[in-house]
Design a binder for this molecule. Structure first.
Ligand code: PEP
Ligand code: MG
Length: 324
């Protein structure tokens, strides 16, 4: 078994009919880095920068952040590392920055916090850009964007930070910038957003939660939380279409990408990259290597006509079962 996985590590994620789909990883802790490299990850699709913030008792300084980010970038270089700007609020509260709200998931979280605190945002951006010096594998990603003006505001701050650093003598181009599509409004604005950035990445965990109005952490409604819900699949498909029209790369970094059944549908929808936890990577690779892209497209066509998430899952399992 472990020998098989070792062999798998050095094989590409390629379907039987030769369709290549890069598999990237989600990271936060340094332990994720070694695990990811062991699994042969081709890049990092989501580095959750709030993780090092959660492990401290105060905001890390710009220099402390630079060192943390440098370590991530170095470990994967020359492979790309997508760093998401701070996504606190919701279920992730920093002990030294308490946020009290009745509806934290609909409240002050992600980009909303950092736009209200440009000094926090600026320190983080400066640290990322400095860490990237001489490497050039950084990508910056913005969480919880819900409107175009909000994106424009964040982009203006990034451009300004970069210009200031260049002024101070930093060498290095502006890295690719992307938007997380995880609020339903962003699905409908995806094309306008894609015009402004280099890539889109769907956060299917939050997108499912917000589309279905089901708290992702509430066990009482856990059986209603379904990423194979037809509405979620329609949204996922619409985001790829919007990105395509603007010629931009569209990825996904929610849990659905790490589910072999989800990966089959995402492959057929045309996602350019799937990012997942390192532990999911081998089973997703194995599943995609066992099917053909054309069969996945047939199954996608079928499930897009269906109205029940459970039936959709069964249909995909039929394809995987017949090949696995
Ligand atoms: C998501 O929402 O799908 C996502 C990848 O981000 P997080 O789980 O950190 O909210
Ligand atoms: Mg999210």
């Amino acid at each position: 078994q472990s020998k098989d996985l070792e062999l798998l590590r050095d094989k590409p994620c390629e379907t039987l009919d030769g369709y290549r789909l890069p598999l990237w990883v989600n990271t936060g802790l340094m332990i994720d880095v070694s695990r990811s490299l062991e699994q042969g990850a081709e890049g990092v699709g989501l580095y959750r920068t709030e993780v090092p913030f959660l492990l401290r008792d105060r905001f890390p300084s710009e220099e402390e952040q630079r060192q943390i980010y440098r370590e991530q970038l170095l470990a994967f270089a020359p492979r790309p590392v997508t760093m998401r700007t701070l996504d606190i609020g919701g279920d992730k509260a920093l002990p030294y920055f308490p946020i009290e709200e009745d509806n934290p998931f609909l409240g002050w979280r992600g980009i909303r916090v950092t736009l209200d605190h440009p000094e926090i945002f600026g320190a983080q951006l400066r640290a990322m850009l400095k860490a990237n010096a001489g490497l050039g594998n950084l990508r910056i990603m913005l969480p919880m964007i819900s409107s175009v003006p909000e994106l424009d505001e964040a982009l203006a701050l990034i451009y300004r930070c970069h210009a200031e650093l260049v002024e101070e003598g930093l060498e290095g181009e502006l890295p690719p910038i992307g938007v997380m599509v995880e609020v339903p409004s962003a699905v409908y604005q995806a094309r306008a957003m894609a015009q402004r950035v280099d890539f889109l990445s769907v956060g299917s965990n939050d997108l499912t939660q917000y589309l279905l109005a089901v708290d992702r952490n509430n066990s009482r409604v856990a059986d209603l939380y379904h990423s194979f819900h037809p509405a979620v699949l329609q949204a996922l498909s619409a985001v790829v279409a919007a990105g395509r029209l603007e010629g931009k790369s569209v990825g996904i970094c929610g849990e659905l990408a790490g589910d072999p059944r989800g990966a089959v549908l995402l492959l057929a929808m045309g996602y350019n990259v799937l990012s997942m936890n390192a532990t999911s990577l081998p089973k997703v690779k194995q599943a995609l290597r066992s099917i053909s892209y054309s069969d996945a497209c047939v199954v996608l066509d079928e499930v897009m006509q269906m109205e029940d998430a459970n039936q959709i899952v069964l249909q995909v399992e039929r394809l995987l079962g017949s090949r696995g």
